[in-house]
Design a protein around this ligand. Structure first.
Ligand code: ATP
Length: 307
């Protein structure tokens, strides 16, 4: 049985426009997702697609102006606000996207140690600092005395040291050097191999594929594709949704390959600009006129503005 099951999750915000008119901004709609013990599920979506809101809905920390519907189950039981509060930081840990989640008034070492549940907190904290290449003296600093990358490593350290059964890592690696990115991803894999369930939220499919077992693609507020990681790693033929295919196409190794299941003719454009290397935007998201394409080789085209 999956440890986390998200069923038909929708999140919206009330907005006030000029003249105090109320409008509803629907961000998530009908999201389906599950994560099992020992599994890493990557949630991939473009910026603003609602990835963090999904994480915050699971943790019960949505903004006060958000309205939510749908069901979230943890270990088979429907999560209530009270249960979320009990589980947060213990059974369910978050690597938040924002370093503002650090307590500005608490020294870094104390913050990391406070999440340790088994073993000697000081020993565990020092091992974790070494792992994520944090200097030993960082434990006596306040968050504002850290660099951006160090603060991010402290967040990763705090969450991964907690022994949580479900770890939600919301964009854990931007701004980190390659060695620490690798260490972070390996730590997530290790935790999953030890039985934890990991939800890895990212806009970077390439690095997520290094550790994920499954990939859930979030597009236009909903999960349009949930596929095994191999489906993205191989020829892409098993992917069904155009946006998932576009993500596949944007992987560097697929740069000049045609989109699976479609053979564009030179000069022909599909409805969405799915053929631009390193650009996974549909035309509607791109905000430009249909991008001009130039033919590189027969049947292989490139979008000018993505070059
Ligand atoms: N308190 C709020 N009130 C109104 N809209 C909000 C609020 N919080 C988030 N949103 C909107 O919800 C949408 C999704 O936000 P979210 O932070 O989940 O995106 P994301 O996919 O994590 O993006 P990114 O990859 O850039 O972090 C955005 O359009 C954002 O403006």
């Amino acid at each position: 049985m999956p440890i986390l099951e998200v069923d038909d999750l929708s999140v919206s915000f009330m907005q006030y426009t000029r003249g105090f008119k109320q409008t509803r901004l629907q961000v998530l709609q009908g999201v389906q997702l599950s994560v099992g013990r020992g599994e890493i599920v990557a949630v991939i979506g473009s910026s603003g697609s609602g990835k963090s809101l999904l994480a915050h809905a699971v943790l019960g920390i949505l903004p006060s102006n958000a309205a939510m519907s749908g069901t979230i189950r943890y270990d088979g039981d429907v999560l209530t606000a009270q249960r979320q509060e009990q589980l947060r930081g213990r059974e369910i840990a978050l690597v938040p996207q924002s370093v503002n989640f650090l307590d500005p008034l608490m020294k870094v070492g104390a913050q990391v140690r406070s999440s340790v549940r088994t073993g000697d907190p000081l020993v565990e904290q020092r091992k974790s600092f070494e792992r994520f290449r944090l200097p030993p003296d960082a434990e006596n600093r306040y968050p504002h005395q850290l660099s951006g990358g160090m603060a991010r490593r402290v967040l990763v350290s705090t969450a991964t040291i907690s022994g949580a059964s479900l770890l939600i890592a919301d964009e854990p690696t931007p701004g980190l050097d390659p060695a620490v990115v690798q260490e972070t991803l390996s730590t997530l894999r290790e935790l999953a191999d030890q039985g934890a369930a990991v939800l890895l939220i990212s806009h970077d499919l390439e690095s997520a594929l290094r550790v994920a077992d499954r990939v859930a693609v979030l597009y236009a507020g909903t999960t349009v594709e949930i596929a095994a990681a191999e489906d993205f790693a191989d020829s892409g033929q098993r992917l069904r949704h155009p946006y998932a295919k576009a993500l596949w196409r944007a992987l560097p190794q697929n740069e000049f390959l045609p989109i699976p299941g479609s053979q564009p003719q030179p000069g022909e454009l599909p409805d969405g600009c799915l053929f631009a290397p390193r650009c996974a935007l549909a035309t509607s998201e791109c905000g430009r006129e249909r991008p001009p394409m130039r033919v590189l080789r027969e049947g292989k085209t490139r979008c000018f503005h993505a070059t």
